[in-house]
Design a protein around this ligand. Structure first.
Ligand code: C2O
Ligand code: CU
Ligand code: CU
Length: 443
C-alpha cells in the first residue's frame, strides 16, 4: 500500500566486502551490503514500507525491534524470505502465518507509536545469532511532534551509536564459533552466548570522533549477541532522556548506563566547558582489556549551542498495577539440554497464552541466569525488580528488560496496537536460537 503518506524503501540483503578494520576486507551479510544497515528515519503518522530482497545464500526474516507492527510484518522466525535463485519452496514448507515464501517481500510499518530509537535485525529461527553476527542489523529512528518541538541536539549532534562485539580471524573474516544445531544443548561452552573481543561502534573499532564543547544526543543501542555494557564517559556529564520505546517523562542524570542485548538508552552528553584537545573516553566498565574501551570524542573547542534539556520531556502515563487484567509468569531456565520458557523449548506452531488487544497485563519474569527478556508488539513499564521497585535504568517505556540470575522482574505490558501472533524471548541471541522463545496471541 503506497500512498502520499507512505515512505517506501527498497533494501537488498547481500554478501559484501566491508572495511570494518582499516585496511582489511571482511565479508559481511548486510542490508544493502553495509554494516550496520541503512538508518531509516520515520515519522509518527506516516507509513513506512520496506521492500526487502534476499540475495544471500540463506533464508532471512526481518524484525523491527520495538515496533508496534502488524503481525504479518513482524518478522516471525519461520516467515522467511527465500534466497533469490533458490526456488521453489519445498512442498509443505509453509510459514506459521500461512503465507508462502518468496525472495522479496514488503514489510509494512504504520508507525503509530511515539518517537523512539528502534533497530531492525534478522530473526530467522535457530540462526538469528550467526546471521546478526554477520551483519544483518541496522537502526530505525522514529520522530514525532512532541520530540521535534524539544530543544534537544539534532542533526550532526544527534548520534545514533550501535554498539556490538565481534571476533575476527587472521584473514579478516568474522569468526562465529560453529554450533552443533542437531544437538543445540550440547554446546555447553556457549552457555553464556557468543562474545567478541573487539567492540564496534557503527561497525568501526575504537572510533575517534571530533566533538565541540557542547551538548550531544547519543542514542546508545546494544546490538550485541550476548554482551552487556556499562557505559560511562571520562569527562562531561550524561543525562538520560529516553529508553527503549521513547522519551522519559523527565531527564535523569546518570553516572553510567547499563545496556543488555537489545536495549537502547538515549542520553545527552554534555561536553560544555571542556578545553580543546580533551579526549573523552566512552568506557565499558564491565569489559576488560580491549572490551573496556568503546570510543572517544576529541574536543575541538567551544561552539554556539542553543540546546537545553527541558525539565519535562513528554507526558508519560505511569501504569498502575490495578490496570492489569491478568497476571502471568514466564520462567526463563535451562532444562533438558535447552533454554526454555516455562519448561517449553520453542515450538513455532504453539502458543503459550492469549491476551486481549488494548489491555494491560502483569507479566512476571523469573530466571536462572542473566536473560535480557524482550516482548514483541507490547511495550511495558517495570513495576518491580527483586524485592524492590524499579531501578533508575528501568525507567520509561521498555521492550527489553535485563533479568538477572535468580531475580524476579515484574512488568506491566500494554497490548494496544495489533492482533495476531507475537513472541517473547531472551535477547541473548544464542539463548534465543537454543529455543528460549515463546509465542503469544493478541486477540
Ligand atoms: Cu530484537 Cu524478537 O527481537
Ligand atoms: Cu523485537
Ligand atoms: Cu537468556
Amino acid at each position: 500500500k503506497v500512498t502520499a503518506d507512505t515512505d517506501h524503501y527498497l533494501v537488498t540483503q547481500r554478501v559484501a566486502q566491508a572495511e570494518l578494520i582499516p585496511g582489511i576486507k571482511t565479508e559481511i551479510w548486510g542490508y544493502d551490503g553495509v554494516f550496520p544497515g541503512p538508518t531509516f528515519r520515520a515519522r509518527k503518522g506516516r507509513w513506512t514500507v520496506v521492500t526487502v530482497r534476499n540475495e544471500l545464500p540463506v533464508p532471512t526474516s526481518t524484525h523491527l525491534h520495538g515496533g508496534v507492527t502488524p503481525a504479518e510484518s513482524d518478522g516471525f522466525p519461520t516467515d522467511l524470505i527465500l534466497p533469490a535463485g533458490y526456488s521453489p519452496a519445498p512442498p509443505g514448507h509453509h510459514s506459521a502465518t500461512g503465507r508462502h515464501h518468496d525472495t522479496t517481500r514488503d514489510y509494512t510499518y504504520p508507525i503509530t507509536q511515539r518517537a523512539a530509537t528502534l533497530w531492525y535485525h534478522d530473526h530467522r529461527m535457530d540462526f538469528t545469532g550467526p546471521q546478526v553476527w554477520r551483519g544483518l542489523a541496522g537502526l530505525f529512528l522514529i520522530t514525532d511532534e512532541i520530540e521535534s518541538a524539544l530543544p534537544l541536539p539534532r542533526d550532526d549532534r544527534d548520534l545514533p551509536l550501535m554498539i556490538c562485539d565481534r571476533s575476527f580471524a587472521a584473514d579478516g573474516s568474522l569468526k562465529y564459533p560453529q554450533r552443533d544445531m542437531t544437538h543445540p544443548g550440547a554446546d555447553g561452552m556457549f552457555h553464556a552466548g557468543i562474545f567478541g573481543d573487539v567492540i564496534l561502534v557503527n561497525g568501526a573499532p575504537w572510533p575517534r570522533t571530533e566533538a565541540a564543547a557542547v551538548r550531544y544526543r547519543l542514542r546508545l543501542v546494544n546490538g550485541s549477541n550476548a554482551r552487556r555494557y556499562r557505559l560511562s564517559l571520562s569527562a562531561g556529564t550524561i543525562t538520560q532522556i529516553g529508553s527503549d520505546a521513547g522519551l522519559l517523562a523527565a531527564p535523569l542524570p546518570r553516572e553510567d548506563v547499563l545496556l543488555a542485548p537489545g536495549e537502547r538508552v538515549d542520553v545527552i552528553a554534555d561536553f560544555t566547558g571542556l578545553p580543546a584537545g580533551t579526549e573523552v573516553t566512552m568506557a565499558n566498565t564491565l569489559g576488560e582489556g580491549p572490551t573496556a574501551d568503546v570510543m572517544r570524542f576529541v574536543i575541538t573547542g567551544p561552539a554556539p549551542d542553543d540546546t537545553r534539556i527541558p525539565v519535562t520531556l513528554t507526558t508519560l502515563e505511569t501504569l498502575d498495577r490495578t490496570r492489569a487484567v491478568a497476571e502471568r509468569r514466564f520462567d526463563f531456565r535451562f532444562g533438558g539440554g535447552r533454554w526454555t520458557i516455562n519448561d517449553q523449548p520453542y515450538d513455532p506452531a504453539a502458543t503459550m497464552c492469549s491476551v486481549r488487544e488494548g489491555t494491560v497485563e502483569l507479566w512476571r519474569f523469573t530466571s536462572d541466569f542473566h536473560h535480557p527478556v524482550h516482548v514483541h508488539m507490547g511495550h511495558f513499564q517495570v513495576l518491580s525488580r527483586g524485592a524492590g521497585g524499579p531501578e533508575p535504568g528501568d525507567a520509561g517505556w521498555k521492550d527489553t528488560v535485563d533479568v538477572r540470575p535468580y531475580e524476579t522482574v515484574q512488568v506491566l505490558v500494554d497490548f494496544t496496537g495489533h492482533r495476531g501472533r507475537y513472541m517473547l524471548h531472551c535477547h541473548n541471541l544464542e539463548h534465543e536460537d537454543m529455543a528460549m522463545m515463546a509465542n503469544f496471541d493478541i486477540v
